[in-house]
Design a protein. Sequence first.
Length: 97
Amino acid sequence: MLRRSLYVGLALALLTLSGAALAAAKTVTLSVPSMNCSACPIIVKTALHRVDGVQKVAVTYEPKEAVVTFDDAKTTIDKLREATANAGFPSLLKASQ
């Protein structure tokens, strides 16, 4: 009975780890053209950090961009764009270079 419990526990642990392995950190750059003062990047950064799954945010006034690293199993680019828009700063996904 103890051996069976050990096997079940081990199987559950492996399933949990394999699910975590499927999630990947993704980094995107959003253009935020409506930022027009030095306080704007702070607002945009705060809004993006509030999105579940966001790991890292760097917002710059010049160029008017936000570079966001997030867990793609927890959020999407659309949710990131929605967060900036809800904060008053609509954003667009910049093309990969």
